[in-house]
Ligand binder design. Structure first.
Ligand code: F6P
Length: 334
């Protein structure tokens, strides 16, 4: 049995561990042959692939990024039907019996559309943003939280030395999971996420009160997607406003792509391996049109039709937010 695999959308730590999980199980347990396509759906459109054998899989468990390369190409949005036609033709010509797509929300939506076109598809969720709908968690998130938390930890000492307010901007255009988790783990005083509307007056009142209580410095964690003027970074906007309203020295840090690069955390390696290996099991059982997912402690699968086009946001009544509020963390809304 011959199967294909590709990685699409933004990269994240753990993708190679997932590729390894799929391929090792597919090859050694089920005797399948695996073709790895380059640069997301583009590789399938352009028939750009290589067979993945044990040699290609050795040493990639700890490697960040994706050995297959990635792109944000969306075949159903390209304006012509040509890309989709080519995907179907190449899938058939190469004799593929299934296609595994590793990606975030956009990738899973395309996967669902390809499943509707009759291809045997299985999705594997990956993103640092943790916003893929239908799974409790996706790999990449734990690594990103670890990196962001270390950055916040390091801001504490320099903020303390200079009596400053430090604003750090973390990734998350629509979902504030990274800011919420690393903000709490790193002892942030203010956490701003796209899901909770803020008022700068609430933030400045809170920071002024900290100064009154002789707290020498404050840490403000902001997600990149909070409300702000379009042409400004969230951290610049918030730090300028704070400096103006609170009147004490404020500095900003934008962590950027460091959150997405490098070696996956042990938890991400495990999750990616579980997702990958489970995917090969599903192919062997001929269970297609699904995305693998984590539900509580179980690795399961969910129909792609229930996932495509949706996003998992932080609910304002998330228990971690509730606990954080009780501990005095400000979310800018009161
Ligand atoms: O992968 C998700 C993400 O990291 C977002 O948090 C970020 O805003 C976006 O990708 C940016 O990625 P790119 O510049 O590669 O499009």
């Amino acid at each position: 049995m011959k199967i294909g695999i590709l990685t699409a959308g933004g990269d994240c730590p753990g993708i190679n561990a997932a590729i390894r999980g799929v391929c090792k199980t597919a090859i050694s347990t089920y005797g399948m042959k695996v073709l790895g396509f380059s640069s997301g759906y583009r590789g399938l459109i352009e028939k750009n692939y290589q067979e993945l054998k044990e040699e290609q899989l050795s040493g990639i468990l700890t490697l960040g990024g994706t050995i297959l390369g990635t792109s944000r190409d969306k075949p159903f949005q390209s304006g012509s039907k040509e890309s989709v036609k080519l995907i179907k033709k190449n899938y058939k010509d190469l004799g593929l019996k299934a296609l595994v797509v590793i990606g975030g929300n956009g990738t899973q939506k395309t996967a669902s559309q390809l499943a509707d076109e009759g291809l045997n598809i299985i999705g594997i969720p990956k993103t640092i943003d943790n916003d893929v709908y239908g799974t409790d968690v996706s790999f990449g998130f734990d690594s990103a939280v670890m990196i962001a938390t270390e950055a916040i930890d390091r801001l504490h000492t320099t903020a303390n030395s200079h009596n400053r307010i430090m604003v750090i901007e973390l990734m998350g255009h629509h979902a504030g999971w990274i800011s919420l988790y690393s903000g709490v783990a790193g002892g942030g005083d203010v956490i701003l996420i796209p899901e909770i509307p803020y008022d700068i007056k609430n933030i400045s009142k809170y920071l002024k009160q900290r100064i009154k209580e002789d707290k020498k410095y404050s840490i403000v964690v902001v997600a990149e997607g909070i409300e702000k003027p379009e042409d400004e970074y969230a951290a610049s906007y918030i730090s300028n406003m704070i400096q103006k309203e609170v009147g004490i020295e404020t500095r900003k840090t934008i962590l950027g792509y460091i959150q997405r690069g490098g070696t996956p955390s042990p938890m991400d390696r495990i999750l990616a391996t579980e997702f990958g290996s489970h995917t090969a099991d599903l192919i062997a059982q001929q269970k297609f049109g699904v995305m693998v997912c984590k539900n509580g402690n179980n690795i399961e699968s969910i129909p792609l039709s229930e996932v495509g086009g949706k996003i998992k946001l932080v609910s304002p009544d998330n228990p971690l937010i509730e606990k954080s509020r009780k501990m005095g963390i400000c979310f800018g809304d009161s």
